[in-house]
Design a protein around this ligand. Structure first.
Ligand SMILES: Cc1cc2nc3c(=O)[nH]c(=O)nc-3n(C[C@H](O)[C@H](O)[C@H](O)COP(=O)(O)OP(=O)(O)OC[C@H]3O[C@@H](n4cnc5c(N)ncnc54)[C@H](O)[C@@H]3O)c2cc1C
Length: 294
């Protein structure tokens, strides 16, 4: 591994100053479960690593029904999974975080790092997109808010410019009778990369079992995670029944652009998208029916 300068700032301003001063040569470090491996393999060669784990704002989980969720970019997957509000109000995102690697990996890995790594197969990203999460990014030119579905621009690439730092995710509080779910398919029981991942969030009107709002997102079936906009829209206003689920699953499958590789053919992956979309919607709906908040 090449020699690296390591900095551990305590504030966002300090971190941005360091990142901006070194531009393309600098890289933020959160849990390091992607970055350290990339440094060892030589696939990323930053000269400056800016450890963001000492910055309090990147570590907070703050939730209220009035203001929704602020989820710090460096919150570890374990902290997320152990948080009562996360488990209760965002079960899909919580289960996605709890699927990442092993418990050892989850004690280091962050949801922010999962997104900023730019992998099309990151487990947290479809769950975030399904929830309509927005990323708060701070850089030398101030702050901007980026919808998570536009954050990854290609394999390993994101909208982040040199000097910019992902600070937190902003997610609305769930409406009454709404919930989310995430499922992935892997050939083994654990410690594998998703062959397909699907996140879904639904809001139901229980008076006539109609869908008030829906969002479906796909992972590992294109160069970036995919917000399945047409599939999501197809559910809104419809009765939540087998025909609506089947139609949404078909539309979700139609936007997947998977590749053939040793872990599955494109045809197989498309089939799995349909299966997981149906299951995710069914789980999210079941949870939504029991969510009496608000
Ligand atoms: C054994 C093993 C198993 C794994 N299993 C899974 C799995 O099942 N599912 C899965 O999705 N992933 C898996 N991963 C990959 C990895 O653990 C996750 O992507 C993890 O969420 C990355 O988070 P991190 O905090 O470790 O990121 P880091 O490695 O610290 O950073 C990742 C990237 O994001 C950038 N970055 C980090 N934080 C910020 C920030 N705040 N602002 C801007 N840029 C930032 C870094 O510069 C780097 O480019 C696995 C990894 C290993 C080693």
């Amino acid at each position: 591994m090449h020699a690296i300068n390591y900095e551990s700032p305590k504030t966002i301003a300090e971190a941005v100053k360091l990142l901006a001063a070194h531009g393309e040569k600098a890289r933020p470090l959160s849990g390091g479960t992607d970055l350290i491996i990339q440094l060892r393999a030589g696939t990323r060669r930053p000269e400056f690593v800016v450890d963001v784990k000492q910055i309090p704002e990147l570590h907070r989980i703050s939730f209220s029904l009035q203001h929704g969720l602020h989820l710090g970019a460096a919150v570890s997957c374990i902290e997320l999974h152990e948080n009562a509000d996360m488990r209760r109000y965002y079960p899909g995102l919580t289960e996605a975080a709890h699927l990442i690697g092993s418990l050892q990996i989850q004690s280091r890995a962050s949801v922010g790092g999962n997104l900023c790594n730019g992998s099309p197969a990151g487990d947290a990203t479809p769950a975030l997109i399904a929830l309509g999460a927005k990323a708060r990014v701070v850089g030398p030119n101030g702050e901007r808010i980026v919808p998570v579905e536009t954050f990854i621009t290609g394999p390993g690439r994101t909208v982040l410019q040199p000097g910019e730092l992902l600070v937190e995710f902003l997610i609305d509080a769930p409406a009454k009778h709404s919930s989310d779910a995430y499922l992935r398919f892997i050939p083994r029981n654990e410690m594998d990369i998703a062959v397909v991942g699907v996140g879904g969030a639904l809001t139901l009107d229980l008076d006539d079992d109609r869908v008030v709002d829906a969002r479906i997102a796909l992972g590992a079936v294109g160069p970036t995670p995919i917000f399945a906009a047409e599939a999501s829209k197809s559910l809104i206003g419809k009765k939540f029944d087998a025909a609506a689920i089947e139609n949404a699953a078909r539309l979700a499958t139609s936007v997947a652009t998977p590749i053939d590789d040793m872990r599955g053919t494109a045809e197989y992956r498309r089939h799995i998208v349909g299966v997981l979309t149906s299951r995710v919607l069914t789980i999210a709906a079941e949870r939504a029916r029991h969510n009496e908040q608000r």
